[in-house]
Design a protein around this ligand. Structure first.
Ligand code: FES
Length: 254
């Protein structure tokens, strides 16, 4: 049965990248437990707009857990309290009547706050860009399917490829490390024969730019794995480290 909730929201409001920000309090009344978290913010924004106030800026696109655009820290947890769930797929039934919910943007030196809950995650795009293209021409689907890949390896590659690049791993990590993200992107290609020709160059380039962009190091806190909406394993970080060290010993890689 659909129930309704009355909530107190404390939302980070910040006009722009160089302005100061602060938590502002809003009452969210008669929120249906069937609503998603973003739909709840939509309702608040409608009320703010009607009363001539600035709506809360937040990122979103697919609202299906696919694109990686949404994300905010909800009462201290990236994407909120549900495991393996993006903010757009988080439902209000996971909250209780009378709750106070604190909503903040991802916080990291590499992610500048653009406005309110919107941050610039362009640094993650730069890491992918540094990885470059795969040069192997596999031909059409029947040809590429003819390349024998053990089932277990294909599944590990697919699990790494499930990363949607939302940045929750960075937000969750006390060091603001992007190692889970970078390692997933390195692993999804390094595991497959089609990704091997550039594997060494790719690992060096992606790790190098990740460090340059100001992300922190991994100190095995495992917060990234715990908060990743796609439940990417930190096994990928160990694989990335192996790939990086192997590549560092190859003389042809500069
Ligand atoms: S809006 Fe696309 S993953 Fe949430």
């Amino acid at each position: 049965m659909t129930k309704t909730l009355n909530l107190t929201l404390k939302v980070w409001r910040q006009k722009g990248p160089d302005s100061g920000g602060r938590l502002e309090t809003y009452n969210a009344e008669n929120i249906s437990t069937d609503m998603s978290f973003l739909e709840m913010i939509d309702v608040i924004n409608e009320e703010l707009t009607i009363t001539g106030k600035e709506p809360i800026a937040f990122d979103h696109d697919c609202r299906e857990g696919i694109c990686g655009m949404c994300g905010a820290v909800v009462s201290g947890r990236p994407h909120g309290p549900e495991k393996g769930t993006t903010l757009c797929q988080l439902h209000m039934r996971h909250f209780s009547d009378g709750d106070t919910i604190v909503i903040e943007p991802w916080r990291s030196r590499a992610f500048k706050i653009i406005k309110d809950l919107v941050v610039d995650r362009g640094a993650l795009d730069k890491i992918i860009q540094a990885g470059g293209y795969v040069s192997v021409n596999t031909g059409g689907a029947p040809d590429s399917n003819a390349i024998p890949i053990p089932q277990d390896t294909a599944e590990k590659a697919m699990d790494a490829a499930a990363c949607i690049g939302c940045g929750a791993c960075v937000a969750a990590c006390p060091n603001a490390s992007a190692m889970l993200f970078t390692s997933a992107k390195i692993s999804q290609l390094a595991l497959l024969p089609q990704g091997r020709p550039e594997a060494a160059r790719r690992a060096i380039a992606m790790v190098r730019i990740m460090d340059e962009l100001g992300f922190g190091n991994c100190s095995n806190e495992r917060e990234c794995e715990a908060e990743c909406p796609k439940e990417i394993s930190i096994v990928n970080i160990a694989r990335m480290n192996r790939e990086f060290f192997k590549a560092s010993f190859l003389s042809e890689v500069k």
